[in-house]
Structures are given as structure tokens and as C-alpha cells.
Design a protein around this ligand. Structure first.
Ligand code: GMT
Length: 378
């Protein structure tokens, strides 16, 4: 099949999922065309069956805001026409579903039919999409997609609650490519530069936006390290990074918190990790938690959004109410203070992550594409 993928090329979860999906589809012989404003960070290289089409936005002094949606829909239509693409899969509704709808209408005028699949990822529904500034356009583009998927049951419920949706929504969970994890365990997992032998390593990975509650991460760790010798790896970058650094200074734990910046080798960092912290305000799925679990790392998280579908209470980790730093710290200590218990949770985490393996999830997308293709008007 010839598939177009539109996504954000940045470190956000939706871009990561879209990129990994495209790479996997290409590996199965499909021709995959990424259409976005930069090469997606996890794409790394262009290989067989993968094509990258950059969206250019021409700066013009009259515009305070450059019209990206226009450039995107024009580029989508052009790439589809030139490459006989049949399926267009857009990740994150804003503005991708809207641009896809426009491209579909432009192509219709030329007698070209495409099927548009929109995958909703989270904040495009919960925090941004349902804001009155965007709501009607987001609702319109969801209802005018040919197929709609969400990455968790919780996000499906949120979408139905927040919008007036006429389309059926299918849940296709996010996934992980396990092949990227095991090789690292033995060969390269040397933690000596980060912590000494007696210290545990806790890790948080995110884009440091307010929704991730990175200050809660620092507060949880401050309590944990009072009882358990440990280090905290803060991986990623974003608006709250400086505040997080200041808070670790104020709490007197600056030398125990390592800010490592963005990384597209999170699997390597996770192999050092004993416990993953994700105290988010909301999380439609929590791909970072799944990545941690695939690397045999239990998760201490909130119980918001889709997190309970990924992190299983008392099995793969623990879930607490939003902002309950004391409870999250208590749970972290409970796991770290007993080596056997920690080992059991590590084992469970990896086992449960296998339910979200590439092999489980990829056929669900392929099946959806096949169903969509059947209704193409030739
Ligand atoms: O908000 C983010 O963390 C980024 C965002 C994205 O779309 O890039 O993440 C959302 O999509 C991810 C992939 O499906 C999910 O794993 C995240 O839980 C979700 N984030 C939120 O719902 C806050």
C-alpha cells in the first residue's frame, strides 16, 4: 500500500508513534511518505520504502503568523497526486486533520480519492482541542475524517464527552518495538558515570510542559532520596526546565539531579533506570511509561487519563491521585527498599508491556488501512 503520514516531527509522543509506525510499515513492504516541516527526530535516516517530503512555509512580512495549514494542505495534495498515495494517516488533530480535509477536497476536484485516517493523541482533544478557540474546527475535522482512532479507551471517552462526534472511534493502543531494547541490556548498560553502585536511579522523561508536573517529580525525588540513596535523571527539555532546576537547588538536592536534555536514545537511558516517575496532570496513554516498562522499569504515576490502561496498580507500579507527592514518594520507597519486590515489579512491567508490542498493534493499523482501501473510488 502507499501511505502518507502527517505528524509533528518533534520529541512529542504523537510524532514518535507516527514515525515508528511508518518505519514498521516500510519494513513490511508498504511505501511510506512522511509529510511534515522537518525530518522526524526518530526517523534518523531515510531507508527503503520511506520518503520524506518537507513542508515549506514562506515567510511574508505582512503575516504575524505564517499560514502553515495552507502550506501543509497544498503539500499533502501535491505529494498524494505525484505518488499515487491511497491512504493518508494524520497524527494529532490540530491542524493535521483539518489540513487533510482540505487536501482531500482539493484532490476530489481532480477526480482523486484518498481515505483519511485521523489518530487522536491526547492534548489535541483534552487540553488544546476542546478550547473554544479550536473546538468547532477540531470537531468538524474529526467528523469529516474517514476513520478515527484514539490511543486509549480513556481518550475515546474524553473525545465523546468533549465533542459532538458522529463518527465511530476505534481504539488502537500505542506500541513499542521490543527489538530496540534487549541488545542494550548487556552490552552498553554501564551506569557508572551516572551513579555509584549503592545508588538507585530514578528517571523522568518528558517535554517539561506544565501538564507533566515536573516540579512534582523533583518533590517526589527529594523525599525518596531522604530514605534511599539515589539519583534522578531528568531527560527532555521544555518550559519548566529552569524552574525544576531551581527547585532542586532550593531543596538542596542539586547534585543528585542530572538534567540531560533531549535524547533520541531513551532506550539506552532507561536501561540504567530502576524506577520511572510520571506524575502528569493528564496523559491519554503515557508512551514514556510504556517505553520505561519495556526496559523493565516499574512506573510511579498518577491515575489520570489512560495511565491505568498502561500502568497496572500493584503489578507494574503504583498510581496516585494528581499532586499526591507524599503517596508517590511512599510507593517509590516501598519498591526500592526491597530488592525482591523491585525485581518482581521489573519482571511484571516488561511482561505487561508486551501487550503493546509492535507485533500486536501493527496488524490493527494494517487492517484499518485495508478496510479503508476497499472503499476507495477509483
Ligand atoms: O502532550 C504530550 O506529551 C505530547 C503529546 C503528543 O501528541 O506529542 O503526547 C500525547 O500523545 C502521546 C502519544 O500518543 C501519549 O503517549 C501522551 O500520553 C499524550 N500526552 C497527553 O495526553 C498529555
Amino acid at each position: 500500500m502507499k501511505i502518507g503520514i502527517v505528524c509533528y516531527p518533534t520529541f512529542g509522543g504523537s510524532g514518535v508513534v507516527a514515525t515508528e509506525l511508518g518505519i514498521a510499515l516500510a519494513g513490511k513492504g508498504h511505501e511510506v511518505h512522511f509529510i511534515t516541516y522537518n525530518q522526524p527526530v526518530r526517523l534518523g535516516y531515510i531507508s527503503k520504502n520511506i520518503f520524506f517530503h518537507e513542508v515549506f512555509v514562506k515567510e511574508y512580512p505582512l503575516f504575524e503568523f505564517q499560514p502553515y495549514e495552507l502550506a501543509l494542505s497544498s503539500r499533502i495534495a501535491e505529494v498524494i497526486e505525484n505518488n499515487d498515495i491511497e491512504i493518508l494517516h494524520v497524527h494529532y488533530a490540530i491542524p493535521h486533520a483539518y489540513a487533510a480535509y482540505m487536501a482531500k477536497q482539493m484532490l476530489k476536484e481532480k477526480g482523486i480519492d484518498i481515505k483519511v485516517i485521523t489518530t487522536l493523541h491526547g492534548t489535541d482533544i483534552t487540553l488544546v482541542g476542546s478550547h473554544p478557540n479550536y473546538k468547532s474546527s477540531v470537531e468538524f475535522s474529526i467528523n469529516n475524517s474517514d476513520y478515527v482512532t484514539t490511543v486509549s479507551k480513556s481518550l475515546k471517552n474524553d473525545t465523546l464527552r468533549l465533542f459532538n462526534i458522529r463518527k465511530e472511534i476505534e481504539v488502537i493502543y500505542n506500541f513499542i518495538d521490543f527489538k530496540k531494547y534487549p541488545q542494550i541490556e548487556h552490552a552498553e548498560c554501564k551506569r557508572i558515570n551516572l551513579a555509584n553502585e549503592s545508588e538507585f536511579i530514578l528517571t523522568h522523561i518528558s517535554n517539561f510542559r506544565p501538564v507533566k508536573r515536573v516540579l512534582d517529580v523533583i518533590r517526589i525525588f527529594a523525599k525518596v532520596q531522604e530514605k534511599i540513596p539515589s539519583k534522578l535523571l531528568m531527560v527532555g527539555d521544555g518550559p519548566l526546565r529552569e524552574q525544576a532546576r531551581e527547585l532542586s537547588n532550593e531543596l538542596g538536592i542539586r547534585e543528585k539531579v542530572l538534567f540531560l536534555g533531549n535524547s533520541n536514545e531513551v532506550n539506552k537511558l532507561l536501561c540504567y533506570t530502576d524506577l520511572f516517575l510520571l506524575p502528569s496532570e493528564t496523559e491519554s496513554f503515557g508512551l514514556a511509561a510504556l517505553e520505561a516498562m519495556a526496559a523493565e522499569t516499574p512506573v510511579i504515576s498518577t491515575n489520570t487519563g489512560g495511565l491505568p490502561e498502561v500502568n497496572i496498580e500493584g503489578v507494574t507500579g503504583f498510581l496516585s491521585d494528581l499532586g499526591d507527592v507524599d503517596d508517590m514518594a511512599k510507593n517509590a520507597v516501598y519498591l526500592l527498599e526491597d530488592p525482591d519486590r523491585l525485581e518482581k515489579f521489573k519482571f511484571n512491567a516488561k511482561k505487561h508491556a508486551a501487550n503493546f508490542s509492535l507485533e500486536e498493534i501493527l496488524p490493527q493499523y494494517e487492517d484499518l488501512y485495508k478496510r479503508a482501501k476497499k472503499f476507495l473510488i477509483k
